[in-house]
Design a protein around this ligand. Structure first.
Ligand SMILES: NC(=O)c1ccc[n+]([C@@H]2O[C@H](COP(=O)([O-])OP(=O)(O)OC[C@H]3O[C@@H](n4cnc5c(N)ncnc54)[C@H](OP(=O)(O)O)[C@@H]3O)[C@@H](O)[C@H]2O)c1
Length: 171
């Protein structure tokens, strides 16, 4: 027998259950892969002394999105970056990648003062409310939120700035 996570009811995570099922038997041309850890989403990881398998699986979804958003926007050392919707999984990853990549500044939007502090600990240099209003203009905006307020953020770009809408990105 092996353990499996079964989706017994669609909706919130309560619909998933850890169950025991018969160990799969590979047929011709198939292999059975031993799984060390699996994940269904992501949150932030305190990235010192290596990453455990359990933490690493949580990075598979949001980190590539953040990475490719920055890459497609030609992020380079010294760029000033605004991450809109930074308290979600993609935003957190974008903040960490930009900060560790030598961004000149990393501003974030969040409704939550607590999240603002957590994002500062991960490399954010300025915490803004959801409007993103402030005096600065940014070389790069990673917009996780989109929607009707998107044009307001285009106005926050510096000359030759780039805005990426992370939601529509597929790595
Ligand atoms: N394309 C892909 O491959 C891919 C992969 C993963 C996820 N996604 C999508 O990307 C989106 C973001 O996912 P996520 O997990 O990073 O984040 P999320 O938790 O869905 O949202 C990010 C943050 O946006 C802020 N926010 C939410 N509604 C807002 C609003 N109306 N106005 C302004 N800010 C708002 C919230 O922060 P505050 O409350 O702190 O302001 C929230 O923490 C989702 O739609 C998800 O489905 C796409």
């Amino acid at each position: 027998m092996v353990r499996a996570v079964a989706i017994q009811r669609f909706g919130n995570p309560d619909g998933m259950a850890l169950v025991e099922i018969a160990a799969p038997e590979p047929e011709a041309g198939q292999v059975v892969i031993a799984i060390e850890a699996i994940g269904v989403g992501g949150d932030f990881v305190e990235l010192s002394g290596g990453v455990s398998s359990v933490d690493a699986v949580a990075l598979g979804g949001p980190v590539p999105v953040a990475h490719f958003a920055l890459q497609h926007a030609h992020f380079k050392t010294g760029d000033t970056v605004l991450v809109r919707g930074a308290a979600g999984s993609i935003g957190i990853a974008a903040v960490e990648i930009a900060a560790r990549g030598g961004a000149g500044a990393v501003a974030v939007t969040t409704l939550s003062a607590q999240w603002g502090e957590r994002l500062r600990a991960l490399g954010a240099t300025e915490v803004l409310d959801r409007s993103g209003k402030g005096d600065a203009a940014y070389d790069l905006i990673i917009d996780i939120v989109g929607g009707p307020d998107l044009p307001d953020f285009i106005d926050r770009l510096a000359p030759n700035g780039r805005l990426m809408d992370g939601i529509v990105l597929t790595p």
